[in-house]
Design a protein. Structure first.
Length: 661
């Protein structure tokens, strides 16, 4: 290897955060949030080093610089707040600072009485050089300081005082010599998303089951008439499964049977018929005007519609006739239907992402997003994105976001972690997770630790149920299991959702023992839900969602501290964002009363260890007076097996600390 004789760039920049795969993919942030950047910035020897964070919006001409503060041990930090949605970049510059080195050295020598006459002459040279980099008044002031430092007729103490004065130091720091600075070799990208990408509460429903008359096919109008039910519970995203025409070939009936009757509506994910495809609407649901009316009525209630994007077709989809090359064919010439052994989906044809007409297929798929974006939709749940080419998403998502940076995409990818992570790196804002299957204290604590490792790019969405997932815990745990699972989902993650009304009405009948499929699933048939049922969990869900809206700590990922308990069936944790703190205690046993002692990290909670304090339960409105680190809890599955506490902070009085009651 050829030797380099260059020594002018002595600063090294390493271990930069946030970054994803060395800058190959963007980290994620949220509009209004500060982006904090850290790096190791250092040089050989003992000379002083300075560094700055440089940042700009993609396409901007100039960079904005923010000085980095030393954290000690060569670690530096700075932050900035983006003022636009979209892709930002940052880089770091560092340099050996001759002035700071001089300042530190001369002050140390003067302090111990060492002669500094030579150092004063060196300082004069530094000030003189800086005056050539400055303009106007500052240039004259720097030159004046140089003259003072160089004046042999002045006492050394006066010269030193002038050169190290606050005014002189501030001036010099404003005009550093950066001719030999090091710039980071990478410009690290950060994508800035809107608030709902980070904090949102989803409610999924099948419009065809929302008629008030049992046995009738529901419509957009029926959903619009009952929007207050969803909005009043505190949800802010209303997610609809596919709303397109449903194929008739191999149409599935109740409980995934092939023998269908005239009234079987088919599976919404079997998209396409003679009535159209992915940009058309099932006429049984209504018209495009009805859809727009629902969209606008939802927006008036602070609900945003989210649509399902499922890139697959029924055998009757127009593309099957028009573009057979977009599908994979078997040796006998027939098209391969979807399978997930032992499951067979004869009513669904997957698309072939290895087609020779890649450009035609990709362009057509992007056009589906474009169509619904033009209809005012900005949030999409994407079905099985892990069965489509990574390269497709890494092309299409930036194409969409270049014009619509407010688009939010939820990846429905229950698959291997590396695959889920790659989709998030490729642009998905949110991702389904394994939360539904994490039940024990150990599993939950470990899973939150796992998610923290990928927090720079992976935003977890916690769903306790979906139309495809009815866990054994929900099947057997009764009301207490539904309550505890929603409290966990809504407080551990800033993004959560439920499939309703199956969740709040505690639907728990599996298709068969050992199955996670629902019996009489809405995927295959129309259901009628009694939204006014006396035992509905909607009031409890409302309380949880109101807590989410009230507390910043529940609106941001991370910030979790787990507090020890002496009972493995009780999980205790807090979430903190700035000064906002929420403390959660949940029973993991839906069958028996559990009690025990929690040991609190009072410093994390912001509580004085020597005085009593009060906690307020947002679920029951009850208040408890606690004392010190060790406090007793008891959770009954017959009531509400969880607490969401806010801490009624201590106030200092003449006698010491008191607490609110």
């Amino acid at each position: 290897m050829a030797k380099s004789w260059a020594t002018d760039k002595r600063v090294v920049i390493e271990s930069v955060t946030p970054q994803v795969d060395g800058g190959r993919f963007p980290a994620k942030s949220t509009f209004g949030d500060r982006i904090t950047v850290e790096a190791d910035v250092f040089a050989d020897g003992h000379d002083a080093v300075r560094s700055v964070l440089r940042h700009r919006f993609t396409g901007a001409r100039g960079w904005t610089e923010t000085p980095m503060a030393s954290l000690g041990n060569d670690r530096w930090r700075a932050s900035f707040t983006p003022d636009a949605l979209g892709l930002w970049n940052f880089e770091i510059a560092g340099w050996v600072d001759d002035f700071e080195t001089w300042l530190s050295g001369i002050e140390k020598k003067a302090e111990v009485g060492v002669d500094v006459s030579i150092e004063l002459q060196m300082g004069a040279g530094l000030f003189s050089e800086a005056s050539t980099r400055a303009r106007g008044r500052h240039a004259k002031e720097l030159a004046s300081f140089a003259e003072i430092l160089a004046d042999p007729d002045l006492e050394a103490e006066a010269r030193l005082g002038a050169g190290t004065s606050a005014d002189a130091v501030d001036l010099m720091r404003g005009y550093p010599d950066r001719a030999r600075e090091t710039r980071s070799s990478t410009r690290w990208p950060v994508v800035v998303d809107r608030e709902k990408a980070t904090f949102s509460t989803w409610y999924e429903l099948f419009p065809r089951s929302w008629s008030k008359k049992e046995g009738e096919h529901g419509t957009f109008g029926d959903v619009e008439a009952r929007l207050d039910y969803v909005a009043d519970m505190g949800f802010d995203i209303l997610y609809l499964p596919p709303i397109h025409p449903i194929g008739t070939t191999h149409r599935k009936g109740a409980n995934n049977t092939l023998g269908v009757g005239e009234d079987d509506p088919g599976v919404p994910w079997a998209i396409g018929s003679e009535l159209g495809g992915h940009t058309d609407i099932d006429p049984d649901l209504g018209t495009i005007e009805d859809f727009r009316s629902l969209r606008d009525a939802a927006a008036a209630r602070d609900l945003e519609l989210a649509l399902d994007i499922a890139f697959q077709c029924s055998p009757d989809h127009p593309w099957v006739r028009e573009h057979p090359e977009w599908f994979r064919h078997r040796p006998d010439g027939t098209i391969q239907y979807a399978e997930n052994p032992p499951k067979k989906y004869q009513d669904i044809y997957p698309l072939d992402f290895e087609t020779e007409d890649t450009e035609g297929l990709w362009t057509a798929l992007k056009a589906i997003f474009d169509h619904w974006i033009d209809e005012g939709i900005r949030i999409f749940r994407v079905d099985n994105p892990h069965t489509k080419a990574f390269a497709f998403w890494e092309w299409m998502i930036p194409e969409i976001r270049s014009k619509h940076p407010d688009v939010v995409l939820l990846a429905e990818a229950f698959t291997r972690p590396a695959v889920m992570h790659r989709l998030a790196k490729g642009g998905f804002n949110q991702s389904y997770t394994y939360f539904a299957w994490r039940s024990t204290k150990c599993e939950l604590v470990q899973y939150m630790s796992d998610l923290e490792e990928v927090a720079a790019f992976f935003r977890p969405a916690f769903w306790p149920n979906t139309p495809d997932i009815l866990t054994e815990e929900l099947q057997t745990g009764g009301k207490a299991a539904f309550i505890s699972r929603y409290v966990l989902a809504a407080t551990l993650s800033s993004v959560c959702g439920i499939y309703g009304p199956a969740f709040e009405l505690m639907e728990n009948r599996p298709l068969r023992e050992g199955s996670e499929e629902y019996r009489d699933s809405e995927k295959y048939q129309i259901r009628h839900w009694d939204l006014e049922r006396a035992d509905s969990l909607s009031p409890l869900i409302t309380q949880v969602n109101m807590a989410r809206r009230a507390h910043r700590a529940l609106q941001r990922p991370g910030g979790i501290t787990f507090h020890p308990t002496d009972n493995e069936m009780i999980l205790c944790y807090s979430k903190r964002a700035a000064e906002d703190v929420v403390l959660v205690v949940v029973s993991l046993d839906p069958h028996h009363t559990q009690s025990g002692w929690v040991t609190l990290d009072l410093e994390t909670l912001g509580v004085d260890a020597e005085h009593r304090f009060a906690v307020h339960d947002r679920l029951t409105e009850r208040r408890y007076h606690w004392d010190g680190r060790h406090n007793f809890v008891q959770l009954d599955p017959g009531g509400i097996p969880a607490h969401i506490f806010t801490i009624r902070g201590q106030t200092r009085t003449q006698e010491g600390f008191d607490y609110f009651v």
